[in-house]
Design a binder for this molecule. Structure first.
Ligand SMILES: *[C@@H]1O[C@H](CO)[C@@H](O)[C@H](O)[C@H]1NC(C)=O
Ligand SMILES: *[C@@H]1O[C@H](CO)[C@@H](O)[C@H](O)[C@H]1NC(C)=O
Length: 436
């Protein structure tokens, strides 16, 4: 009896220690908030394109987040400091204090830093370039006739301010495979794809207001988070106490060094269990919710601006215009504001530090991954020489079913829903602020 009991304990311990290995885990948790590779959340427009009988697509309008980029200077700096933790982890493992697996430790030891990660803050990575190139290519394949020749005047391609965003636009255009497409210069003044960026009042009330992040900060006292922090501490086995800054930096190292395109895991992620990753993801969701989602007073107003531009574009095309594609490149913030205007990803209760709702709709991993995109396609349908128009919406290359029934808006429905966006003003901005 005793032997069986001991044996079962031994077996449990063995099983536990094996299931703790990151490298051999079957299924890795892939949702790392706004640093999620596009690959993990995308559909494929070539398969999911909604073909309407008797109709042909005549114009595309899209809002695209940039592809994967390196961290900003401030986050990067903290990650660079945290690199030292690698040596502490390895030495605590050697002293028998870390519960990481031998292979995870070996992988961490052999991990080679991509030097550009800190020397080129915010620049588009090779993977980010590939993400945008892939989107362009798939759209070209899904809409061959429409995108075949993009002559002058048939397209508007414009990035928001920022070199990584400009390079994302270039990659997308390369993917379209059209040689003479002109990419417009980013405007330094308020523009449709980033009106909040130069809005003085928004910068003051939201970006430079610590209260905006108070729910996220409060969550760091939630037992959920404290337990995760404790697990990370114990797994690393290091003998000084990790601060919240250290935990965030380690999470960022895991997120930034994970390759989505090559499907290569980062050994830094071995420090986290799936639960830990979900808890850290929630902090990012809280931040986004109160910065650019339903919890921020002006999100909806800013979101209306690109949607008004969408309506204008399609109305002009319907009235005989020649615009085949309008593509704007921007930040996660803008996409989140647009979802807010449209009532997408909306939960019945606001997100709070007190309760992490696991089934929530507001998930930055899906809404704000690298390369996420909101695209509308205008179709002309001819029946007995009478033209009618229909609009289909896509998010990350999958049809959005919630805007109109079955994901298809008649022109009338589209007009009723979208023309009110034209009336949006942001005269509350008061003064202009510099984007960066
Ligand atoms: C851990 O965080 C503290 C601040 O909270 C910082 O001073 C320290 O440099 C960090 N340690 C490492 C190794 O990053
Ligand atoms: C815009 O606002 C004006 C005045 O409030 C109103 O008369 C007009 O119908 C509105 N237009 C749209 C498209 O909602």
């Amino acid at each position: 009896m005793k032997i069986i009991a001991i044996l079962s304990i031994v077996l449990t311990v063995i099983k536990l220690s094996i299931s703790n290995c990151y490298w051999s885990e079957n299924c890795h948790y892939k949702y790392i908030s706004s640093k999620t590779p596009y690959q993990f959340v995308r559909g494929d427009i070539r398969d999911s394109i909604v073909k309407l009988k008797g109709c042909e697509p005549i114009s595309i309008w899209g809002l695209f987040r940039h592809g994967k980029r390196y961290p900003s200077k401030s986050y990067g700096g903290k990650m660079e400091d945290a690199l030292a933790i690698r040596d502490y982890i390895i030495s605590s493992y050697e002293k028998g204090r870390s519960s990481l697996c031998a292979q995870d430790i070996e992988n961490l030891k052999n991990w080679v830093i991509d030097k550009k990660m800190f020397s080129e803050p915010r620049s588009l990575t090779t993977e980010g370039y590939e993400e945008m190139l892939g989107i362009g290519k798939r759209f070209k394949q899904a809409f061959p006739a429409l995108l075949e020749s993009l002559e002058k005047g048939s397209n508007t391609i414009r990035p928001a301010f920022g070199i990584w965003i400009e390079n994302s636009a270039k990659a997308f255009v390369k993917g379209l495979g059209s040689n003479n497409v002109h990419i417009e210069k980013a405007l330094s003044d308020s523009d449709v794809m980033a009106p909040y960026l130069t809005c003085g009042k928004y910068q003051m009330d939201v970006l430079h207001n610590q209260n905006v992040f108070s729910e996220a900060e409060k969550y760091k006292f939630n037992p959920d988070y404290l337990a995760a922090k404790d697990r990370i501490q114990r797994r690393s086995g290091i003998d000084y106490i990790l601060t919240d800054t250290n935990v965030t930096a380690l999470y960022d190292l895991c997120r930034h060094t994970w390759s989505g395109s090559e499907n290569k895991l980062s050994p830094w992620c071995a420090l986290f269990t799936k639960d830990d990753l979900q808890i850290l993801e929630y902090i990012e969701d809280l931040k986004a919710y109160y910065k650019s989602g339903y919890g921020a007073p002006k999100s909806e107003v800013f979101g209306n601006i690109p949607l008004g531009d969408l309506f204008n574009n399609f109305r002009r095309t319907k009235d005989g215009g020649k615009k085949k594609i309008t593509a704007y490149f921007t930040h996660a913030t803008m996409l989140e504001m647009v979802y807010t205007s449209l009532g997408l990803f909306k939960d019945s209760k606001p997100l709070s530090s007190a309760n992490r709702e696991r089934e929530r709709k507001w998930r930055s991993s899906f809404m704000a991954a690298f390369g996420v995109n909101f695209v509308a396609v205008l179709n002309r349908c001819v029946d007995n020489e009478v033209s009618d128009y229909a609009v289909v919406f896509y998010l990350n290359e999958e049809p959005i079913r919630s805007i109109c029934a079955d994901g298809i808006c008649t022109w009338k429905e589209f007009e009723d829903k979208f023309s009110p966006f034209l009336n949006t003003t942001i005269d509350f901005c008061e003064f202009r602020s510099e984007p960066y």
